[in-house]
Design a binder for this molecule. Structure first.
Ligand SMILES: NC(=O)c1ccc[n+]([C@@H]2O[C@H](COP(=O)([O-])OP(=O)(O)OC[C@H]3O[C@@H](n4cnc5c(N)ncnc54)[C@H](OP(=O)(O)O)[C@@H]3O)[C@@H](O)[C@H]2O)c1
Length: 301
């Protein structure tokens, strides 16, 4: 099997590499088919996915591929508000370019998307069939990317995830731990709820789903719902920092950070397609966080 992983220096890209090279995730071994896979792990320094001609040329030179997994994205949610062109190029045109090249070579594409495609104005968990209506530039560009990828290659899986943290790269867990080094208390939003998700668990489900031909949209988050403030408290407890969480509203946070993007209040996802398809192996988020803590000192950088 020949595989292309884009955005491979990021959080998810690093976990995919760990799983493919090691043969196993924290939640279990990955499908046998990946054992002898030849994988090109690349990032923006070797290929900017928003450049259609460059993507075509890459596939011509290094393909044909059986599978491409797109982990590349403009993931700075606040930064997308100020740089629509950059966000749209990476998050919408990028997946379209990859999907077109995949279609040309008969390859499958896994494109990773986000809970922020939903407006977050309804309590409960969103299904794959629920209507998206993003409220941020990040969410709008990611939704456009989903549609363009699905329309450009019939063999496309869209995996929507949320509140992602991996061992390598930047994320909320590491930000909280950094703040804990210099603060006795940290102020965190309490009126946005979602699903903290381990990149290692997501990578497992991506590889499992990609081994099938059951294309379409998937929700893939760890099980259980909490607020950012609850998540921060769990992180401080798990890592034993003793740091206090001061709860605030989104409105109060916005007053302190006026350039920040609007975020959905309720963006929890239900892994319905996983449940009806390959099976939902995603753990409760607290269990995934405990594994992350256990491995943090040896794996995080
Ligand atoms: N992080 C989250 O909380 C979260 C939540 C929901 C969904 N997701 C989605 O999950 C996926 C993986 O996220 P992640 O957290 O692993 O991302 P990440 O750590 O930010 O990694 C993304 C990688 O893509 C690269 N990249 C950016 N623009 C590119 C371009 N035009 N061409 C090629 N590479 C490019 C980045 O390079 P630079 O660093 O040099 O820009 C970076 O190495 C993304 O699709 C994201 O939208 C993430």
């Amino acid at each position: 099997m020949r595989i292309l992983v884009t955005g491979s220096r990021g959080q998810l890209g690093n976990e995919l590499r760990r799983l493919i090279e090691g043969g196993t995730a924290e939640i279990g071994p990955i499908p046998e088919g990946y054992r002898d896979a030849q994988v090109d792990y690349i990032d923006i320094d070797s290929l900017d996915i928003s450049d259609a001609a460059a993507v075509d040329a890459w596939f011509d030179e290094h393909g044909p591929y059986d599978l491409a997994i797109n982990c590349a994205a403009f993931t700075n949610v606040d930064g997308c508000e100020a740089n629509w062109t950059g966000a749209f190029s990476a998050n919408a045109l990028g997946p379209m370019n990859l999907a077109r090249s995949c279609a040309r070579q008969g390859a499958k594409l896994v494109h990773v998307s986000t809970d922020y495609v939903f407006p977050g104005n309804v309590e409960g968990e969103r299904l794959e069939s629920d209507v998206p209506a993003p409220i941020s530039a990040y969410g709008r560009t990611k939704l456009a990317g989903e549609g363009l990828a699905l329309a450009s290659n019939p063999r496309t899986f869209v995996m929507r995830t949320a509140w992602l943290y991996g061992y390598v790269g930047k994320n909320f867990v590491k930000t909280m731990l950094r703040l804990a080094q210099s603060h006795e208390s940290v102020t965190v939003v309490d009126d946005q709820v979602g699903n903290p998700t381990s990149a290692n668990d997501l990578a497992y489900e991506i590889l499992t789903v990609a081994a099938t031909a059951d294309y379409g949209i998937y929700h893939c988050t760890n099980e259980g719902i909490c607020s950012w403030a609850d998540f921060a408290e769990a992180i401080f407890r798990e890592f034993g920092t003793g740091t206090k969480v001061v709860r605030c509203t989104s409105e109060e946070y916005k007053e302190m950070n006026p350039a920040s993007a609007d975020r959905p209040h309720f963006s929890a996802l239900k892994n319905a397609h996983l449940e009806s398809g390959v099976g939902n192996r995603m753990r409760p988020w607290q269990e995934a966080l405990a594994s992350y803590r256990a491995n943090f000192d040896s794996l995080a950088n």
